[in-house]
Write a protein that binds this ligand. Sequence first.
Ligand SMILES: *[C@@H]1O[C@H](CO)[C@@H](O)[C@H](O)[C@H]1NC(C)=O
Ligand SMILES: *[C@@H]1O[C@H](CO)[C@@H](O)[C@H](O)[C@H]1NC(C)=O
Ligand SMILES: *[C@@H]1O[C@H](CO)[C@@H](O)[C@H](O)[C@H]1NC(C)=O
Ligand SMILES: *[C@@H]1O[C@H](CO)[C@@H](O)[C@H](O)[C@H]1NC(C)=O
Ligand SMILES: *[C@@H]1O[C@H](CO)[C@@H](O)[C@H](O)[C@H]1NC(C)=O
Length: 211
Amino acid sequence: MTLLLTTTAANLFIITLLITTVTSQSYSNHTVGDSAGWLFNSDTNTTSTDYTKWASTQVFNLGDYLIFNTTTNQTVVQTYNETTYNSCDTEDALDTDTFIYQGENVFGQPLVIQVPLTKEGTNYFFSDANDGLQCSQNMKFEIDVKHGIGLPSYLNQPPPPPYVEPPQSSDSNPTPSSETSSNSGFRDSGNVPLGVLIVTSVLGFLLLLIP
Ligand SMILES: *[C@@H]1O[C@H](CO)[C@@H](O)[C@H](O)[C@H]1NC(C)=O
Ligand SMILES: *[C@@H]1O[C@H](CO)[C@@H](O)[C@H](O)[C@H]1NC(C)=O
Ligand SMILES: *[C@@H]1O[C@H](CO)[C@@H](O)[C@H](O)[C@H]1NC(C)=O
Ligand SMILES: *[C@@H]1O[C@H](CO)[C@@H](O)[C@H](O)[C@H]1NC(C)=O
Ligand SMILES: *[C@@H]1O[C@H](CO)[C@@H](O)[C@H](O)[C@H]1NC(C)=O
């Protein structure tokens, strides 16, 4: 700490900047498609925006949430399985790597689906509504989830959302399903690992900056 006390004003200024930068790193919520939401127009068979393009504008970290501003006309399938993603179909999906979020069996009802990012690496998302038509018309995107500051304690052992049987392909109506709204996570106050990380990072930068 004597090191801190003997630094010049310029160094203190830089340190303050660094602390501000490091502490401002926290968990983010990403509204999918921004104001366009997560919507498919079944008259024109088009998505309300380009989700791959949207995803490329974002940086995703563990502990972030994807917020799908949508209606019951779309579903949200989260999978870690590329085969499932490419098939646009959840029929053969494993309940260990694929999670389906959807609303009630009533069309056009507003729905907000919050999906926490709890696994690093490639995560795939698509809507399996309309027997896969939406997905095949680009109602899908993939993201790369970075480590960031790591999972918050409230998501450390995430209970996987209950698996919902996918609609039968012969049936044009979605099956009734339990709504998965178990994501009641809130940001931790007094996150000790984060504090340790900040101190470590700042000290690391100090060593680099101060001759
Ligand atoms: C979600 O969509 C509704 C209806 O389009 C809109 O009023 C609302 O502002 C949107 N919310 C967000 C967070 O974008
Ligand atoms: C929602 O789905 C129903 C049934 O397929 C359809 O009649 C309605 O037009 C859809 N709404 C939108 C906004 O696409
Ligand atoms: C949308 O796709 C459905 C199913 O493939 C098809 O029947 C319909 O004609 C398409 N509509 C348009 C406007 O392309
Ligand atoms: C991906 O899912 C398919 C079923 O759609 C399954 O057969 C395959 O084993 C899964 N792949 C991995 C790596 O788990
Ligand atoms: C992000 O979304 C989660 C889940 O809805 C919520 O608990 C949290 O307060 C949100 N955080 C911010 C910064 O909006």
